[in-house]
Design a protein around this ligand. Sequence first.
Ligand code: ADP
Length: 403
Amino acid sequence: MPPVAEDRSCRSLPLQAVSRLLDTLDKPLMVADRGGSLLLVNTRARRCLEFQGFKETDDPNLFSDLLKLDAAGIFRQVENGEHEVSVQMGAAEKKIAARIQWIPECDWLVVEMENRTDGHASADPGTQPTVQELLQEREITYRNLLAAYLKLQEVNRQKTVFLASAAHELKTPLAVIKGYYDLLLAGSLGRLTDKQRDILEESKDSCERLVRLVSMFLNYSALESGKLVLQLRENDLRDCLDELSKRWGEAFQRKGVRLEANIDPSIPTFRFDYQKVQQVAANLLDNALKHTPKGGMVSLRAAPHFWERRVATMMPIEERRRFRLPRPNSAEVSVKDSGVGIPAEHHQEIFEDFVRVDRNTSGMGLGLAIAKRLIQAHRGKIWVESDPQGGSRFTFLLPMDQG
Ligand code: ADP
């Protein structure tokens, strides 16, 4: 089955070149003369013929060996103007559909074999894409996906920048509004009736919530853009949390939820970012207050903790012996509430960006995601334990040995 047969009719044509050209085609293609002798067989068609059982050295006749049809019948059709004839070639289960076209100028028949048999994908290796082609296709898909991903990332970045600048613009007017509420409530602009005071206090609450949302979003965008830097200094965790519980006392009182703070005085000073840790605890208190009904209770606790971290270099036997730490190496902070609780299936996802479970309360689903990032930036960890009947307990560990 030579790729180029002896030039029998069109001597002027450079058959070798035509053969090369045909090899570049995706489709199996053969050219035969009026007698059915194969003049040209491209690479894919050769593979098809091998699949049909022909050997490299065979020189099958188009009509008697391949189509099993009478040549006269085919020529009658094509010469009558039907320039294209569809036929089946090969044995039953290896049948391949073929289209025959006649080129009157050189009296040649061009046979184009189809990629499918009986409506199913052909198992013919000649018509199947090669491994190299599949790899190339995969490479192109991968590149396209990567380009689309990078584009999406850029659009996402632009969106975050836009929202951050919008949030930033809100900061100043909100601070002004809050200042006026404070002035009014302090009675500096005249005496207030009880009704007026109640209304103003409620409005101030909403304003403060808005301030927290804006600052939450600004923190999120700073974290997203990698601009947030920890200010690690020798600080006192007791000051940090006491200050916070005092600040939140009023809001808890107003809702009728008891806030209990229990900060162990034996926690030594250690290096951490005062503002960021306060923000994490504030996010947890905010959630506890939001999800605990009137008459409930929230407790904020902090105590020294022995955090036995597994170290990669430690031998397994030593690990099993659980070597003793000479002194607590971390601080454990927890916020426990007697609220609605969180079903176990949401315990992981609530720490992801924009995930909200309870749709009846306000929020952006960012509080816990920010808390998690800030704690991880301190090389600590945060988790939740909850039971839908018994409220929730959020805990974070802060290592005391910050570099
Ligand atoms: P947000 O409070 O803005 O919705 P968070 O990231 O702080 O976002 O919380 C995510 C979700 O976790 C909340 O929507 C809520 O369903 C749930 N959640 C968080 N804290 C508590 C809690 N103390 N009690 C019950 N559900 C909580």
